[in-house]
Design a protein around this ligand. Structure first.
Ligand code: HEM
Length: 511
Protein backbone atom coordinates (compact mmCIF):
# COMPACT_ATOMS: atom_id res chain seq x y z
CA UNK A 1 0.00 0.00 0.00
CA UNK A 2 2.79 2.39 1.02
CA UNK A 3 4.66 1.57 -2.14
CA UNK A 4 1.69 2.49 -4.40
CA UNK A 5 0.79 5.66 -2.54
CA UNK A 6 4.46 6.72 -2.84
CA UNK A 7 4.40 5.97 -6.59
CA UNK A 8 1.30 8.09 -7.19
CA UNK A 9 2.17 10.89 -4.81
CA UNK A 10 1.86 14.47 -6.10
CA UNK A 11 5.64 14.84 -6.04
CA UNK A 12 6.36 11.84 -8.24
CA UNK A 13 3.57 12.74 -10.67
CA UNK A 14 5.17 16.18 -11.04
CA UNK A 15 8.53 14.57 -11.80
CA UNK A 16 6.88 12.29 -14.33
CA UNK A 17 5.05 15.17 -16.01
CA UNK A 18 8.22 17.25 -16.10
CA UNK A 19 10.15 14.37 -17.69
CA UNK A 20 7.51 13.79 -20.36
CA UNK A 21 7.28 17.50 -21.22
CA UNK A 22 11.08 17.81 -21.28
CA UNK A 23 11.29 14.82 -23.57
CA UNK A 24 8.84 16.32 -26.07
CA UNK A 25 10.42 19.78 -25.86
CA UNK A 26 13.82 18.22 -26.54
CA UNK A 27 12.73 15.94 -29.37
CA UNK A 28 10.38 18.29 -31.18
CA UNK A 29 11.81 21.74 -30.42
CA UNK A 30 15.30 21.82 -29.01
CA UNK A 31 16.89 19.06 -31.07
CA UNK A 32 15.58 20.37 -34.46
CA UNK A 33 16.47 23.94 -33.44
CA UNK A 34 20.01 22.94 -32.49
CA UNK A 35 20.39 20.92 -35.67
CA UNK A 36 19.13 23.86 -37.68
CA UNK A 37 21.67 26.20 -36.02
CA UNK A 38 24.34 23.64 -36.84
CA UNK A 39 23.20 23.66 -40.51
CA UNK A 40 23.29 27.47 -40.67
CA UNK A 41 26.78 27.68 -39.17
CA UNK A 42 28.02 24.85 -41.37
CA UNK A 43 26.88 26.42 -44.65
CA UNK A 44 28.41 29.76 -43.77
CA UNK A 45 31.67 28.03 -44.58
CA UNK A 46 30.51 27.38 -48.17
CA UNK A 47 30.79 29.46 -51.31
CA UNK A 48 28.00 32.00 -51.73
CA UNK A 49 27.45 35.29 -53.49
CA UNK A 50 27.59 38.43 -51.30
CA UNK A 51 24.50 38.57 -49.12
CA UNK A 52 22.94 40.56 -46.34
CA UNK A 53 23.22 39.26 -42.77
CA UNK A 54 19.55 38.64 -42.06
CA UNK A 55 17.88 38.65 -45.45
CA UNK A 56 20.49 36.60 -47.28
CA UNK A 57 19.86 36.90 -51.04
CA UNK A 58 16.22 37.86 -50.69
CA UNK A 59 16.75 41.53 -51.63
CA UNK A 60 18.62 40.54 -54.77
CA UNK A 61 15.67 38.44 -55.90
CA UNK A 62 12.94 40.65 -54.51
CA UNK A 63 14.38 44.21 -54.46
CA UNK A 64 11.49 45.93 -52.65
CA UNK A 65 10.94 43.07 -50.18
CA UNK A 66 8.56 42.79 -48.25
CA UNK A 67 6.34 44.93 -50.48
CA UNK A 68 4.37 43.47 -53.41
CA UNK A 69 6.25 42.92 -56.62
CA UNK A 70 5.43 41.58 -60.06
CA UNK A 71 6.22 37.88 -60.12
CA UNK A 72 7.91 38.14 -63.51
CA UNK A 73 10.58 40.30 -61.85
CA UNK A 74 11.16 37.77 -59.06
CA UNK A 75 11.34 34.91 -61.56
CA UNK A 76 13.77 36.86 -63.79
CA UNK A 77 15.96 37.81 -60.82
CA UNK A 78 15.95 34.25 -59.53
CA UNK A 79 17.17 33.08 -62.91
CA UNK A 80 19.97 35.65 -62.98
CA UNK A 81 20.93 34.75 -59.42
CA UNK A 82 20.94 31.07 -60.20
CA UNK A 83 23.17 31.60 -63.23
CA UNK A 84 25.68 33.41 -61.03
CA UNK A 85 25.49 30.78 -58.33
CA UNK A 86 25.66 27.66 -60.43
CA UNK A 87 27.11 29.07 -63.64
CA UNK A 88 29.13 26.55 -65.60
CA UNK A 89 32.17 27.03 -63.43
CA UNK A 90 33.33 23.68 -62.09
CA UNK A 91 34.74 25.17 -58.87
CA UNK A 92 31.26 26.43 -58.07
CA UNK A 93 29.53 23.08 -58.41
CA UNK A 94 28.52 23.62 -54.77
CA UNK A 95 27.16 26.94 -53.61
CA UNK A 96 24.48 28.29 -51.30
CA UNK A 97 21.45 30.46 -51.92
CA UNK A 98 20.27 32.09 -48.69
CA UNK A 99 16.54 32.71 -48.44
CA UNK A 100 17.05 34.92 -45.40
CA UNK A 101 18.57 32.58 -42.81
CA UNK A 102 17.50 29.41 -44.65
CA UNK A 103 20.29 27.92 -46.77
CA UNK A 104 19.54 26.02 -49.99
CA UNK A 105 22.61 24.26 -51.35
CA UNK A 106 22.90 24.37 -55.13
CA UNK A 107 24.78 21.50 -56.70
CA UNK A 108 25.49 20.71 -60.32
CA UNK A 109 27.52 18.43 -62.50
CA UNK A 110 26.99 14.83 -63.43
CA UNK A 111 29.25 13.47 -60.66
CA UNK A 112 27.15 15.02 -57.91
CA UNK A 113 23.78 14.05 -59.39
CA UNK A 114 24.19 10.39 -58.57
CA UNK A 115 25.33 11.11 -55.01
CA UNK A 116 22.37 13.32 -54.19
CA UNK A 117 19.50 11.80 -56.10
CA UNK A 118 20.20 8.21 -55.08
CA UNK A 119 17.98 5.76 -53.28
CA UNK A 120 18.24 6.93 -49.70
CA UNK A 121 17.46 10.56 -50.42
CA UNK A 122 13.77 10.39 -51.13
CA UNK A 123 12.48 13.37 -49.20
CA UNK A 124 11.36 16.49 -51.06
CA UNK A 125 11.49 19.89 -49.32
CA UNK A 126 8.53 21.57 -47.63
CA UNK A 127 8.04 24.04 -50.49
CA UNK A 128 6.87 21.26 -52.85
CA UNK A 129 3.69 21.42 -50.78
CA UNK A 130 3.22 25.02 -51.94
CA UNK A 131 2.01 23.66 -55.27
CA UNK A 132 -1.26 22.54 -53.70
CA UNK A 133 -0.93 18.94 -54.89
CA UNK A 134 -1.84 17.44 -51.52
CA UNK A 135 -0.15 14.14 -50.85
CA UNK A 136 0.32 13.27 -54.51
CA UNK A 137 3.58 11.71 -55.73
CA UNK A 138 5.44 15.00 -56.13
CA UNK A 139 5.00 16.17 -52.56
CA UNK A 140 4.33 13.02 -50.56
CA UNK A 141 6.57 11.88 -47.74
CA UNK A 142 8.72 8.80 -48.45
CA UNK A 143 6.41 6.30 -46.65
CA UNK A 144 3.30 7.25 -48.61
CA UNK A 145 5.32 7.80 -51.77
CA UNK A 146 6.76 4.25 -51.81
CA UNK A 147 3.29 2.66 -51.79
CA UNK A 148 1.73 5.06 -54.28
CA UNK A 149 4.60 4.99 -56.76
CA UNK A 150 4.22 1.21 -57.06
CA UNK A 151 0.48 1.56 -57.59
CA UNK A 152 0.86 4.19 -60.31
CA UNK A 153 3.73 2.66 -62.27
CA UNK A 154 1.43 0.26 -64.21
CA UNK A 155 -0.13 3.34 -65.84
CA UNK A 156 3.10 3.70 -67.84
CA UNK A 157 3.80 0.13 -68.97
CA UNK A 158 4.66 -0.47 -72.63
CA UNK A 159 1.20 -1.89 -73.26
CA UNK A 160 -0.46 1.15 -71.67
CA UNK A 161 1.86 3.46 -73.60
CA UNK A 162 0.56 1.95 -76.86
CA UNK A 163 -2.99 2.94 -75.84
CA UNK A 164 -1.86 6.36 -74.66
CA UNK A 165 -0.09 6.96 -78.00
CA UNK A 166 -3.39 6.39 -79.85
CA UNK A 167 -5.17 9.01 -77.70
CA UNK A 168 -2.25 11.36 -78.08
CA UNK A 169 -2.33 11.17 -81.86
CA UNK A 170 -6.10 11.66 -81.94
CA UNK A 171 -5.65 14.94 -80.05
CA UNK A 172 -2.54 16.01 -81.96
CA UNK A 173 -4.33 15.51 -85.29
CA UNK A 174 -7.12 17.92 -84.36
CA UNK A 175 -4.58 20.26 -82.77
CA UNK A 176 -2.73 20.30 -86.12
CA UNK A 177 -5.96 21.28 -87.87
CA UNK A 178 -6.45 24.20 -85.49
CA UNK A 179 -3.03 25.46 -86.47
CA UNK A 180 -4.24 26.10 -90.02
CA UNK A 181 -5.75 29.35 -88.68
CA UNK A 182 -2.35 30.51 -87.49
CA UNK A 183 -0.27 30.14 -90.64
CA UNK A 184 1.85 32.95 -92.01
CA UNK A 185 1.92 35.12 -88.87
CA UNK A 186 4.16 35.16 -85.80
CA UNK A 187 2.51 33.13 -83.03
CA UNK A 188 3.52 31.75 -79.68
CA UNK A 189 1.26 28.72 -79.42
CA UNK A 190 1.21 28.92 -75.64
CA UNK A 191 -2.53 28.75 -75.20
CA UNK A 192 -3.19 26.13 -77.86
CA UNK A 193 -0.38 23.84 -76.67
CA UNK A 194 -1.22 23.99 -72.96
CA UNK A 195 -4.90 23.21 -73.52
CA UNK A 196 -4.03 20.46 -75.96
CA UNK A 197 -1.61 18.66 -73.60
CA UNK A 198 -4.24 19.03 -70.88
CA UNK A 199 -6.77 17.31 -73.17
CA UNK A 200 -4.42 14.36 -73.48
CA UNK A 201 -3.67 13.86 -69.81
CA UNK A 202 -7.34 14.24 -68.88
CA UNK A 203 -8.30 11.68 -71.50
CA UNK A 204 -5.72 9.10 -70.46
CA UNK A 205 -5.90 9.58 -66.70
CA UNK A 206 -9.61 10.25 -66.18
CA UNK A 207 -11.29 9.26 -69.48
CA UNK A 208 -12.54 12.80 -70.10
CA UNK A 209 -13.28 12.97 -73.84
CA UNK A 210 -10.93 15.26 -75.76
CA UNK A 211 -13.65 17.70 -76.78
CA UNK A 212 -15.34 17.76 -73.38
CA UNK A 213 -15.48 20.49 -70.68
CA UNK A 214 -13.59 23.03 -72.81
CA UNK A 215 -14.38 26.02 -70.57
CA UNK A 216 -13.24 24.25 -67.44
CA UNK A 217 -10.05 23.15 -69.16
CA UNK A 218 -9.24 26.68 -70.30
CA UNK A 219 -9.83 28.04 -66.83
CA UNK A 220 -7.70 25.27 -65.35
CA UNK A 221 -4.74 26.14 -67.58
CA UNK A 222 -4.89 29.76 -66.41
CA UNK A 223 -5.22 28.71 -62.79
CA UNK A 224 -2.23 26.37 -62.94
CA UNK A 225 -0.07 29.20 -64.19
CA UNK A 226 -1.34 31.43 -61.34
CA UNK A 227 -0.71 28.72 -58.75
CA UNK A 228 2.82 28.12 -60.05
CA UNK A 229 3.68 31.81 -59.97
CA UNK A 230 2.23 32.16 -56.47
CA UNK A 231 4.10 29.10 -55.27
CA UNK A 232 7.44 30.62 -56.34
CA UNK A 233 6.45 33.90 -54.71
CA UNK A 234 5.73 32.04 -51.51
CA UNK A 235 8.96 30.01 -51.64
CA UNK A 236 11.05 33.17 -52.21
CA UNK A 237 9.63 34.98 -49.19
CA UNK A 238 10.92 33.91 -45.74
CA UNK A 239 7.79 35.33 -44.10
CA UNK A 240 5.57 33.02 -46.14
CA UNK A 241 7.14 29.69 -45.15
CA UNK A 242 5.08 28.66 -42.14
CA UNK A 243 1.38 28.15 -42.81
CA UNK A 244 0.14 30.00 -39.72
CA UNK A 245 2.35 33.01 -40.42
CA UNK A 246 1.54 33.02 -44.13
CA UNK A 247 -2.17 33.15 -43.34
CA UNK A 248 -1.64 36.54 -41.66
CA UNK A 249 -0.90 38.07 -45.09
CA UNK A 250 -3.58 39.02 -47.56
CA UNK A 251 -1.72 37.38 -50.40
CA UNK A 252 -2.42 34.00 -48.82
CA UNK A 253 -6.11 34.42 -49.66
CA UNK A 254 -5.36 34.87 -53.36
CA UNK A 255 -2.98 31.94 -53.22
CA UNK A 256 -5.35 29.55 -51.44
CA UNK A 257 -8.25 30.63 -53.66
CA UNK A 258 -6.30 29.72 -56.82
CA UNK A 259 -5.38 26.33 -55.37
CA UNK A 260 -8.90 25.53 -54.23
CA UNK A 261 -10.23 26.50 -57.68
CA UNK A 262 -7.89 24.00 -59.38
CA UNK A 263 -8.98 21.31 -56.92
CA UNK A 264 -12.62 22.20 -57.59
CA UNK A 265 -12.14 21.73 -61.35
CA UNK A 266 -10.40 18.37 -60.97
CA UNK A 267 -13.13 17.29 -58.57
CA UNK A 268 -15.66 18.28 -61.21
CA UNK A 269 -13.76 16.20 -63.78
CA UNK A 270 -13.79 13.32 -61.34
CA UNK A 271 -17.58 13.53 -61.03
CA UNK A 272 -17.90 13.96 -64.79
CA UNK A 273 -16.00 10.73 -65.27
CA UNK A 274 -18.38 8.92 -62.94
CA UNK A 275 -21.34 10.32 -64.86
CA UNK A 276 -19.87 9.33 -68.22
CA UNK A 277 -19.24 5.87 -66.91
CA UNK A 278 -22.78 5.56 -65.63
CA UNK A 279 -24.20 6.73 -68.97
CA UNK A 280 -22.00 4.44 -71.01
CA UNK A 281 -22.92 0.81 -71.50
CA UNK A 282 -19.30 -0.37 -71.28
CA UNK A 283 -17.00 -0.34 -68.28
CA UNK A 284 -14.08 0.57 -70.51
CA UNK A 285 -12.80 3.69 -68.70
CA UNK A 286 -12.50 1.83 -65.43
CA UNK A 287 -10.06 -0.60 -66.96
CA UNK A 288 -8.00 1.95 -68.77
CA UNK A 289 -7.41 5.14 -66.86
CA UNK A 290 -5.49 6.14 -63.74
CA UNK A 291 -8.62 6.47 -61.63
CA UNK A 292 -9.61 2.90 -62.46
CA UNK A 293 -6.13 1.76 -61.53
CA UNK A 294 -6.23 3.38 -58.10
CA UNK A 295 -9.88 2.96 -57.12
CA UNK A 296 -10.25 0.66 -54.13
CA UNK A 297 -6.50 0.76 -53.44
CA UNK A 298 -6.23 4.29 -52.03
CA UNK A 299 -8.86 6.37 -50.25
CA UNK A 300 -10.81 9.02 -52.14
CA UNK A 301 -8.60 11.90 -50.95
CA UNK A 302 -5.47 10.00 -51.99
CA UNK A 303 -6.97 9.29 -55.38
CA UNK A 304 -7.83 12.93 -55.88
CA UNK A 305 -4.34 14.04 -54.82
CA UNK A 306 -2.72 11.67 -57.31
CA UNK A 307 -5.07 12.78 -60.07
CA UNK A 308 -4.38 16.46 -59.38
CA UNK A 309 -0.65 15.74 -59.35
CA UNK A 310 -0.57 13.72 -62.54
CA UNK A 311 -2.73 16.19 -64.42
CA UNK A 312 -0.73 19.19 -63.16
CA UNK A 313 2.68 17.61 -63.71
CA UNK A 314 1.64 15.87 -66.90
CA UNK A 315 0.51 18.77 -69.06
CA UNK A 316 2.44 21.90 -68.15
CA UNK A 317 5.98 20.51 -68.32
CA UNK A 318 5.32 18.85 -71.67
CA UNK A 319 3.71 21.98 -73.07
CA UNK A 320 6.70 24.17 -72.13
CA UNK A 321 9.09 21.58 -73.56
CA UNK A 322 7.17 21.51 -76.83
CA UNK A 323 7.16 25.29 -77.16
CA UNK A 324 10.94 25.47 -76.70
CA UNK A 325 11.41 22.55 -79.04
CA UNK A 326 9.46 24.20 -81.87
CA UNK A 327 11.30 27.46 -81.26
CA UNK A 328 14.68 25.74 -81.45
CA UNK A 329 13.73 23.82 -84.60
CA UNK A 330 12.44 27.06 -86.14
CA UNK A 331 15.87 28.56 -85.67
CA UNK A 332 17.78 25.74 -87.34
CA UNK A 333 16.65 25.07 -90.88
CA UNK A 334 19.22 22.35 -91.56
CA UNK A 335 18.01 20.39 -88.54
CA UNK A 336 14.42 20.91 -89.59
CA UNK A 337 15.01 19.54 -93.07
CA UNK A 338 16.81 16.46 -91.81
CA UNK A 339 14.03 15.89 -89.30
CA UNK A 340 11.31 16.35 -91.91
CA UNK A 341 12.93 13.74 -94.16
CA UNK A 342 13.07 11.23 -91.34
CA UNK A 343 9.46 11.83 -90.36
CA UNK A 344 8.01 11.37 -93.83
CA UNK A 345 10.09 8.25 -94.29
CA UNK A 346 8.31 6.59 -91.35
CA UNK A 347 5.03 8.47 -91.42
CA UNK A 348 4.29 9.58 -95.01
CA UNK A 349 1.23 11.66 -95.90
CA UNK A 350 -1.46 11.24 -93.25
CA UNK A 351 -0.21 7.98 -91.72
CA UNK A 352 -1.24 8.02 -88.06
CA UNK A 353 1.73 8.86 -85.87
CA UNK A 354 0.87 6.44 -83.11
CA UNK A 355 2.97 3.38 -83.79
CA UNK A 356 5.41 3.08 -80.90
CA UNK A 357 7.80 0.82 -82.81
CA UNK A 358 8.09 3.21 -85.71
CA UNK A 359 8.46 6.15 -83.35
CA UNK A 360 11.38 4.37 -81.75
CA UNK A 361 13.03 4.14 -85.15
CA UNK A 362 12.90 7.91 -85.61
CA UNK A 363 16.31 8.38 -84.01
CA UNK A 364 16.85 11.92 -85.22
CA UNK A 365 13.50 12.98 -83.78
CA UNK A 366 14.68 11.75 -80.40
CA UNK A 367 18.01 13.56 -80.79
CA UNK A 368 16.23 16.83 -81.57
CA UNK A 369 13.99 16.56 -78.51
CA UNK A 370 16.84 15.58 -76.21
CA UNK A 371 18.93 18.53 -77.34
CA UNK A 372 16.06 20.93 -76.78
CA UNK A 373 15.46 19.52 -73.29
CA UNK A 374 19.15 19.93 -72.60
CA UNK A 375 19.25 23.60 -73.59
CA UNK A 376 15.82 24.43 -72.23
CA UNK A 377 14.84 21.94 -69.57
CA UNK A 378 11.20 22.47 -68.53
CA UNK A 379 12.09 22.38 -64.84
CA UNK A 380 15.00 24.26 -63.22
CA UNK A 381 16.08 21.23 -61.23
CA UNK A 382 15.05 19.05 -58.39
CA UNK A 383 15.50 19.39 -54.65
CA UNK A 384 15.94 16.85 -51.86
CA UNK A 385 16.22 17.04 -48.10
CA UNK A 386 19.22 14.89 -47.24
CA UNK A 387 18.46 11.91 -45.06
CA UNK A 388 22.12 11.31 -44.26
CA UNK A 389 25.42 13.24 -44.38
CA UNK A 390 27.27 13.01 -47.67
CA UNK A 391 30.69 14.12 -48.88
CA UNK A 392 30.84 16.06 -52.14
CA UNK A 393 34.04 17.57 -53.54
CA UNK A 394 35.65 17.27 -50.09
CA UNK A 395 32.77 19.18 -48.50
CA UNK A 396 30.30 17.65 -46.06
CA UNK A 397 26.60 18.15 -46.78
CA UNK A 398 24.69 17.42 -43.64
CA UNK A 399 21.54 15.47 -42.93
CA UNK A 400 18.44 17.66 -43.02
CA UNK A 401 19.81 20.21 -45.49
CA UNK A 402 18.06 21.16 -48.68
CA UNK A 403 20.04 20.46 -51.82
CA UNK A 404 18.97 21.57 -55.27
CA UNK A 405 20.45 19.80 -58.26
CA UNK A 406 20.44 22.27 -61.12
CA UNK A 407 19.46 20.81 -64.47
CA UNK A 408 20.57 23.92 -66.31
CA UNK A 409 24.09 24.06 -64.87
CA UNK A 410 24.49 20.30 -65.35
CA UNK A 411 23.32 20.60 -68.96
CA UNK A 412 25.72 23.45 -69.72
CA UNK A 413 28.85 21.80 -68.36
CA UNK A 414 31.51 22.44 -71.06
CA UNK A 415 33.44 19.35 -69.99
CA UNK A 416 30.57 17.19 -71.13
CA UNK A 417 29.02 19.39 -73.81
CA UNK A 418 31.69 21.32 -75.75
CA UNK A 419 30.36 24.73 -76.79
CA UNK A 420 27.38 24.16 -74.49
CA UNK A 421 25.13 27.01 -75.68
CA UNK A 422 25.22 25.65 -79.24
CA UNK A 423 22.12 23.78 -80.37
CA UNK A 424 23.43 20.59 -81.84
CA UNK A 425 21.21 17.49 -81.99
CA UNK A 426 24.18 15.51 -83.31
CA UNK A 427 25.53 15.39 -79.77
CA UNK A 428 22.92 12.66 -79.35
CA UNK A 429 23.81 10.58 -82.39
CA UNK A 430 24.36 6.97 -81.29
CA UNK A 431 28.16 7.25 -81.47
CA UNK A 432 28.36 10.60 -79.61
CA UNK A 433 25.67 9.87 -77.03
CA UNK A 434 27.56 6.88 -75.67
CA UNK A 435 30.26 9.30 -74.42
CA UNK A 436 27.81 11.41 -72.39
CA UNK A 437 27.46 10.24 -68.76
CA UNK A 438 23.86 9.26 -68.00
CA UNK A 439 23.64 11.73 -65.13
CA UNK A 440 24.66 14.65 -67.34
CA UNK A 441 21.16 14.84 -68.89
CA UNK A 442 18.55 15.25 -66.17
CA UNK A 443 15.48 17.10 -67.51
CA UNK A 444 13.37 14.40 -65.85
CA UNK A 445 15.48 14.17 -62.68
CA UNK A 446 17.24 11.00 -61.69
CA UNK A 447 17.09 8.10 -59.24
CA UNK A 448 14.06 6.49 -57.62
CA UNK A 449 12.04 9.73 -57.72
CA UNK A 450 12.76 10.34 -61.40
CA UNK A 451 9.74 11.67 -63.32
CA UNK A 452 7.25 8.85 -63.52
CA UNK A 453 5.91 10.27 -66.80
CA UNK A 454 9.28 10.35 -68.56
CA UNK A 455 8.39 7.89 -71.33
CA UNK A 456 4.88 9.30 -71.64
CA UNK A 457 6.29 12.81 -72.14
CA UNK A 458 8.86 11.69 -74.69
CA UNK A 459 6.24 9.87 -76.77
CA UNK A 460 3.91 12.86 -76.58
CA UNK A 461 6.66 15.28 -77.62
CA UNK A 462 7.58 13.03 -80.54
CA UNK A 463 3.99 12.82 -81.80
CA UNK A 464 3.41 16.58 -81.61
CA UNK A 465 6.76 17.42 -83.20
CA UNK A 466 6.36 14.89 -86.00
CA UNK A 467 2.84 16.03 -86.85
CA UNK A 468 3.73 19.73 -86.83
CA UNK A 469 6.92 19.30 -88.88
CA UNK A 470 5.11 17.03 -91.32
CA UNK A 471 2.48 19.73 -91.93
CA UNK A 472 4.44 22.96 -91.62
CA UNK A 473 7.85 24.45 -91.99
CA UNK A 474 8.74 26.69 -89.06
CA UNK A 475 10.66 29.89 -88.74
CA UNK A 476 11.33 31.50 -85.37
CA UNK A 477 11.09 35.27 -85.22
CA UNK A 478 13.77 35.64 -82.54
CA UNK A 479 17.30 34.29 -82.93
CA UNK A 480 18.66 31.36 -80.95
CA UNK A 481 19.83 32.40 -77.50
CA UNK A 482 17.87 35.67 -77.48
CA UNK A 483 15.16 34.47 -75.09
CA UNK A 484 16.18 33.81 -71.51
CA UNK A 485 14.25 31.83 -68.95
CA UNK A 486 12.15 32.81 -65.98
CA UNK A 487 12.72 30.71 -62.91
CA UNK A 488 9.20 29.57 -62.13
CA UNK A 489 8.01 26.06 -61.31
CA UNK A 490 8.62 25.43 -65.00
CA UNK A 491 11.13 27.51 -66.95
CA UNK A 492 8.97 30.02 -68.80
CA UNK A 493 10.39 32.05 -71.69
CA UNK A 494 11.07 35.70 -70.87
CA UNK A 495 9.70 36.69 -74.30
CA UNK A 496 7.08 35.03 -76.52
CA UNK A 497 8.48 32.02 -78.38
CA UNK A 498 7.09 33.13 -81.69
CA UNK A 499 7.23 31.00 -84.79
CA UNK A 500 5.84 31.50 -88.28
CA UNK A 501 4.29 28.39 -89.78
CA UNK A 502 4.14 27.81 -93.52
CA UNK A 503 2.16 24.84 -94.85
CA UNK A 504 4.27 22.29 -96.66
CA UNK A 505 3.08 21.37 -100.13
CA UNK A 506 3.19 17.84 -101.50
CA UNK A 507 5.63 16.80 -98.83
CA UNK A 508 8.22 19.17 -100.27
CA UNK A 509 10.48 21.29 -98.13
CA UNK A 510 9.77 25.03 -98.11
CA UNK A 511 13.37 25.95 -97.46
C1 HEM B 1 8.75 17.22 -70.71
C2 HEM B 1 7.95 16.80 -69.76
C3 HEM B 1 8.33 16.57 -68.33
C4 HEM B 1 9.42 16.99 -67.62
C5 HEM B 1 10.57 17.84 -68.13
C6 HEM B 1 9.28 16.49 -66.29
C7 HEM B 1 10.21 16.70 -65.27
C8 HEM B 1 10.12 16.16 -64.01
C9 HEM B 1 11.12 16.30 -62.97
C10 HEM B 1 12.43 17.06 -63.12
C11 HEM B 1 10.67 15.66 -61.89
C12 HEM B 1 11.42 15.54 -60.55
C13 HEM B 1 12.31 14.31 -60.63
C14 HEM B 1 13.24 14.14 -59.46
O1 HEM B 1 12.99 14.72 -58.41
O2 HEM B 1 14.25 13.41 -59.59
C15 HEM B 1 9.37 15.11 -62.21
C16 HEM B 1 8.60 14.39 -61.34
C17 HEM B 1 7.34 13.94 -61.65
N1 HEM B 1 6.71 14.02 -62.87
FE1 HEM B 1 7.44 14.80 -64.54
N2 HEM B 1 8.12 15.78 -66.20
C18 HEM B 1 7.51 15.80 -67.42
C19 HEM B 1 6.34 15.17 -67.76
C20 HEM B 1 5.54 14.47 -66.90
C21 HEM B 1 4.35 13.77 -67.27
C22 HEM B 1 3.81 13.68 -68.70
C23 HEM B 1 3.83 13.23 -66.12
C24 HEM B 1 2.60 12.40 -65.94
C25 HEM B 1 1.88 11.88 -66.91
C26 HEM B 1 4.71 13.60 -65.04
C27 HEM B 1 4.52 13.27 -63.72
C28 HEM B 1 5.47 13.45 -62.73
C29 HEM B 1 5.29 13.00 -61.37
C30 HEM B 1 4.04 12.34 -60.80
C31 HEM B 1 6.46 13.29 -60.69
C32 HEM B 1 6.80 12.96 -59.24
C33 HEM B 1 7.53 11.60 -59.26
C34 HEM B 1 7.91 11.07 -57.89
O3 HEM B 1 8.26 11.83 -57.00
O4 HEM B 1 7.86 9.85 -57.76
N3 HEM B 1 5.75 14.34 -65.55
N4 HEM B 1 9.07 15.43 -63.51
Amino acid sequence: MDFYSGLFSVGSLKVLLFSVISYFVYVYLLKPALHYIYIVIHYHGFHYQPKSFLLGHVKQIWPNFPFPIEMKTVAGNLYEKMLKIVGPNPSRSLSVLWISIFPVVFASGHEVVEKILHRTNLKRPHFCKFLGLGDGLISSEPDVWKVRRKLIEPFFTTKKMRDHAKHMYEEVKSFGQQLDKEVGKPVDLVHQIHTSTLNIILKTSASIPLEDSIEDKERYVELVSTVERNAVKRAANPLYQLDWMFKLFQFSQVYYKAISSTVEIINKMFRRRKQLLKDSSSNEPENQDLVGLLEGKVDEQGLLDELITLIGAGHDTTAVALRWNLFNIGNHYDVQEKLYKEIIQFFPDDTPIDDMDKLKECVYLEQVIKESLRLNPSVPGTTRVLEEDIMLNDERLIKGSMVNVSSLATHYDPNVYPNPTKYDPDRWSPENASKIPKTAWIPFGYGPRICIGYRYAMVELKIYTAQIIRKFSLRSTRPHGSVSMLYEVTFQPSLPLEIIMTPRNNNQSNF
